[in-house]
Structure formats: structure tokens, C-alpha cells
Design a protein around this ligand. Structure first.
Ligand code: G3I
Length: 305
């Protein structure tokens, strides 16, 4: 293949990017987007604060514009995200207990229903585990509604959309030997054993010098798929430049390609200047939209080189 999407397609996978609705009027941006990418994740537009700014009043305009772009270029969509401790609207931040539990489940039901039939995979729950050595859940208003909030969200999502793949998504879960990785693994194992509807696990994979690509990354991906779920690399970006950065992108791409149920890779933005951490220059295109060495490394890896 001569593009990321077509090369990934040759391996039975997709290649995606995060997209911001506010950039869809930038023709350099949309030119690269429609040429290279076969999956789209809204960077912010499907989050809780965007889709339910006032309780039970839903707002889908920006997210729908991204879905329309995906349709027009023949790309699929990853929904991000139905339940999360962050980017909650003010009304939800101030809720707790059974009222919050009901509001969260209503949110999951309404949004998953609105997008039923249009979503390849949903990040049903995002970032629910703590960093560090505890292996514990992250404290949040959602966690304080009871430890079963995650499975309740997955069951509500399945009831609303029987065909979307339902994923758990997190960061710092790439190193097999980390407590957080082990904790997520045990949750997925538990969900599979009890019939909680989970289909996939997303590895955000935001890498930098403090959290480099671990040497056991491929093992981590493989071990999760051995539980009977798909995995995806969902928010890939790698701090750096030149051939060192390109080598890391190649390693990550090859890790996914080596795992049969790693179904695709998404980078968290198009140009370095589009990144949430632009100073890290962590993406595949420079600020002018030119292909970087990292782009060529990924394309070559996808093409089997
Ligand atoms: O759109 C408003 C604008 O109107 C306002 O004037 C401005 C003032 O702060 O804020 C703008 O919203 C910002 C939004 O990005 C759009 O640019 C928010 O403040 C800012 O918090 C938000 O950051 C996003 C961040 O998630 C929030 O948690 C990043 O774009 C987005 O890349 C980032 O993505 C997350 C994933 O969802 C989950 N995994 C980690 C990843 C990186 O942090």
C-alpha cells in the first residue's frame, strides 16, 4: 500500500487518527486525513462534557460532523468515550451515589443509541485504574458509586448497541510487569469469566523518555488477546524526532502486526502541531503536513518491510 490505511488494510487492519471537528475546514488537514486514514476517533467531541453539557440535553453537532467526514472518506469510527472520570460536565462533577450511577448509565445508553450502527468500537470506560504500584482502581466520583460501575457501563453499552465492539481503554498499561497492567488484565479475565460484555482493550500508548516503549510490549498485547479479546493501539504518539523516533514507531507497528488480534493502530493526531503535546513533536507529519521519517518507518513496517 502507498498510504497508511491501504498498507494496514493489506494486513487486515486499520490505521486511524484522532480528529478535531474544528480542523475540518483546514484543507491540508483534511487532505492528509482522507488520503491516509481508515479509522477516526474524535479527539474531544464524543466526551461527556461535549455530548451532554446539561443533564439529559444531548449535543451531537461536532461529533456528527466528524462521523460525516468518516462516512465521506469511507473510514470507520472509534467512539471515545462513554464513561470517564475526566472531562465530565459540571453537573456530573457535582453528582455522587445512586443519582450519579443512574446519570452515567443514562449517558451511556443515550449516546451509544444515537451512534448505533456507526461505531466500530467504543471506549466504553477510559482510565479507571490508578498509576503506580497499587493495582487499585482510580478514585473518582464514578468509582465511589461502587466497584461494579465499569461492568454496569459495559452492560448498558451492549444493550444500546449490540454490534459495536466494547473496549476498555487506558495508558501506562503497556509494560507487562506494571501493577496497573496486571490489574486491568485481571479485570478483563474476570469480565470474560462472568460474561460481562467486553470485546477489546485499547492501549493508548503515549510514549516519551519517562515512559518508553517497553521491551515486553508485544507480550502484553498477546497476553491480553489470549483472554479472548481484541486489542488496539488507540492514541499512539512518541516524543522525539528523526531516526530514533522512527525506530520506536516501527517497533510499535511491528508489535501490533505480530499479534493476530491486534486489529489496528490509531495515532493521536495528524501533524505535530495538532498534538495535545505539540512540543514533543510526537506524530507522523510535521507542522506543514510533510511526512516525517516516522511516517516512512510505519508505512514500511505495514508493507512487511
Ligand atoms: O475547546 C476549548 C476552547 O473553547 C477553550 O477556549 C479552551 C480553553 O482551555 O479549551 C478548549 O478545550 C480544550 C480541548 O482540549 C480542545 O482543545 C480543553 O481545555 C483541553 O482540556 C482539551 O484537552 C484534551 C484532553 O484530552 C483533555 O483531557 C486534548 O485535546 C486531548 O488530546 C486529550 O486526549 C486524551 C484522551 O481523551 C484520553 N487519553 C489521554 C489523551 C491525552 O491527554
Amino acid at each position: 500500500g502507498t498510504t497508511l490505511g491501504s498498507a494496514a488494510s493489506g494486513t487486515g487492519r486499520y490505521f486511524g487518527t484522532a480528529v478535531s471537528a474544528s480542523k475540518l475546514s483546514d484543507s491540508v488537514y483534511t487532505g492528509i486525513l482522507s488520503r491516509e486514514f481508515s479509522m477516526i476517533t474524535p479527539e474531544n467531541e464524543m466526551k461527556i462534557d461535549a455530548t451532554e453539557p446539561s443533564q439529559n440535553q444531548f449535543s451531537y453537532g461536532n461529533a456528527d460532523r466528524i462521523v460525516a467526514q468518516a462516512t465521506s472518506q469511507g473510514a470507520r469510527m472509534r467512539g471515545h468515550t462513554l464513561a470517564w472520570h475526566s472531562q465530565q460536565p459540571g453537573w456530573m462533577q457535582s453528582m455522587e451515589g445512586s443519582a450519579l450511577r443512574s446519570a452515567m448509565l443514562n449517558h451511556v445508553t443515550q449516546v451509544a443509541t444515537h451512534y448505533r450502527g456507526k461505531i466500530y468500537a467504543w471506549d466504553v470506560v477510559n482510565e479507571a485504574f490508578a498509576d503506580g504500584s497499587s493495582g487499585a482502581r482510580r478514585d473518582s466520583n464514578l468509582q465511589r458509586t461502587g466497584n461494579d460501575w465499569i461492568e454496569a457501563a459495559f452492560r448498558a453499552a451492549r444493550a444500546a448497541d449490540a454490534n459495536a465492539k466494547l473496549c476498555y481503554n487506558d495508558y501506562n498499561t503497556d509494560d507487562w510487569n506494571q501493577a496497573k497492567t496486571q490489574a486491568v488484565y485481571r479485570m478483563v479475565q474476570d469480565f470474560k469469566s462472568r460474561g460481562v460484555p467486553i470485546d477489546c482493550v485499547g492501549f493508548q500508548s503515549h510514549f516519551n523518555s519517562n515512559s518508553p516503549v517497553p521491551s515486553n510490549y508485544r507480550t502484553t498485547l498477546q497476553n491480553f488477546t489470549d483472554l479472548g479479546v481484541d486489542v488496539q493501539i488507540t492514541e499512539l504518539d512518541i516524543e522525539g524526532s528523526g531516526s530514533a523516533q522512527a525506530d520506536k514507531f516501527r517497533t510499535v507497528t511491528n508489535a501490533c502486526l505480530a499479534v493476530a488480534r491486534c486489529t489496528g493502530i490509531t495515532v493521536w493526531g495528524i501533524r505535530d502541531t495538532d498534538s495535545w503535546r505539540a512540543s514533543a513533536t510526537p506524530l507522523l507529519f510535521d507542522g506543514n503536513g510533510q511526512k516525517k521519517a516516522a511516517y516512512t518507518a510505519v508505512l514500511d513496517a505495514l508493507n512487511g518491510g
